[in-house]
Design a protein around this ligand. Structure first.
Ligand code: GUN
Ligand code: FE
Length: 442
């Protein structure tokens, strides 16, 4: 038995925090440890207790005084946009046409898709993200590249081939039948293989004909255990265009409802400009709105109103939305989330931020039994956070007096430099990623 004890200040959430000091929502152990056995968490608690449970000959990875948390979960991003982050000066529709629909054409080349998929996974891991829900390009080979790169690293990821058959360059368009056939084939190949899960991915109402949304409906009905992902109400011009294409729908949300695409495994990117009726439709179906703060600011899309979703009982998760999102870092993402909500008079507490990146996102995915927490039985996807990684942070930490303050410093000032290590199924990954890039730059 190759037991590994990961020692440090252990923090994991058991419930949604309510208020700045709601420590009843979390399980925090100052001299704590997580016992990893065969890729899973076998025990968690004080170092003294947990070391007694470890088998003879176990090793210890001592991360004191750093924090030990569940790996971060990113519920919406685009792997083919890895090299399109920071594309200047446009809002959504112009940005898609000018930059993204050019970039995504490169993924017709298998070798390109494979290279970017490797870099994408390493970038996630460098930032402490162990699970991602990503869009691939329209090309099936991009989906193979995505899942293969995750499988090689042992990562739990969700993803799917973008379906799009209109309002895009010809090279990026499939047809309703082709998108159906290829999605079926990819689900058969990847869904449930190891830690991979499939997301049926019509890009958004603008790039799918009614016939393609009809095919999406069939896919969802035939594969109720797959996820569904699309974009909704991100930008006012987008809403006007989408609703003009589906004149019989009550509103943008109703387009997806009419095609049977809203259920509790559906992830709807953005959901910024929504009526109460639309938020209510999400609440009724259990569909999840995905808050992508860096993207919404970067594209000038608008401010996500989390309080309204809470009030109306609709679920929401958090995500980077790379490449409209400007960073792979969930820490930087939550920094911007805090500011977006602050501008609207809302407060996101530090405990709530870290809950959202971990257990909150896992619950949204229905994967809370395997990821997003450090409870015994979970997969050992773990991030080690160093709140003194930058000199300004180290100096600021001299005056920090609470765990909540330390978390807020990490979120506000932190980035990938604060990821001391990341474990996937108990295997340390960051050191490997670092070594590889050092070799590559020689
Ligand atoms: N809406 C449709 N496609 C996209 C995309 O790739 N990024 C964002 N931010 N919004 C979209
Ligand atoms: Fe997106």
């Amino acid at each position: 038995m190759n037991d590994v004890l990961i020692r440090g200040r252990v923090l994991t959430f058991v419930a949604e925090p309510n208020g700045i000091d709601d420590t009843s929502s979390c399980h925090y152990v100052e001299d704590g440890a997580v016992l990893v056995r065969e890729g899973k968490i076998a025990a968690v608690g004080s170092y003294g207790e947990v070391s007694k449970a470890a088998g003879a000959g176990h090793s210890v990875a001592d991360h004191r005084p750093n924090l030990v948390l569940p790996g971060f979960i990113d519920t919406h991003l685009h792997f083919p946009q890895t090299q399109a982050i920071a594309s200047y000066g446009a809002q959504l529709l112009e940005w898609l046409n000018t930059y993204i629909f050019v970039e995504e054409q490169k993924f017709a080349r298998t070798a390109h898709a494979a290279e970017v998929a490797d870099r994408f996974m390493d970038e996630l891991l460098s930032n402490g993200t162990t699970t991602a829900v990503a869009y691939c390009s329209v090309h099936s080979q991009s989906v193979d590249a995505y899942f293969a790169a995750a499988e090689a690293r042992g990562m739990c990821v969700i993803g799917g081939k973008v379906m799009m058959d209109r309002n895009a360059p010809e090279q990026l368009r499939d047809t309703p039948q082709r998108s159906y056939d290829e999605t079926k084939r990819l689900i058969a190949k990847w869904h449930g293989r190891g830690r991979a899960r499939y997301a049926i991915s019509p890009r958004f109402a603008i790039t799918s004909s009614p016939e393609q949304l009809e095919m999406s409906r069939a896919l969802v009905a035939e594969h109720p255990d797959c996820y569904v992902q699309t974009h909704l109400s991100e930008n006012r011009d987008e809403i006007a265009f989408a609703t003009s294409l589906y004149p019989r729908a009550k509103d943008y949300t109703d387009i997806y409802a009419r095609y049977g695409l809203l259920n509790d495994r559906t992830f709807l990117g953005h959901c910024i400009h929504m009526s109460d009726r639309e938020v209510g439709a999400l609440a009724e179906t259990g569909a999840v709105a995905v808050f992508c703060p860096t993207s919404n600011l970067f594209l000038g899309s608008g401010l996500f109103d989390a309080a309204r979703f809470d009030k109306l009982g609709a679920r929401w998760s958090v995500a980077t939305d790379v490449g409209a999102g400007t960073s792979f870092s969930m820490l930087e993402t939550m920094d911007e989330a805090y500011k977006v909500l602050h501008l609207q008079g809302q407060r996101l507490t530090p405990l709530n931020s870290f809950y959202r990146m971990t257990r909150g996102n896992a619950l949204a995915l229905g994967l809370e039994r395997s990821i997003g927490s450090l409870e015994a039985g979970s997969d050992a996807d773990i991030v080690i956070l160093d709140a003194r990684a930058k000199s300004a942070m180290e100096y600021r930490m001299h005056t920090a007096t609470s765990l909540a303050e330390e978390l807020f410093i990490l979120q506000t000032m932190g980035d990938d430099r604060c990821i001391d290590e990341v474990y996937v199924s108990g295997k340390p990954m960051k050191t490997k990623v670092r070594r590889k890039s050092a070799l590559a730059s020689r």
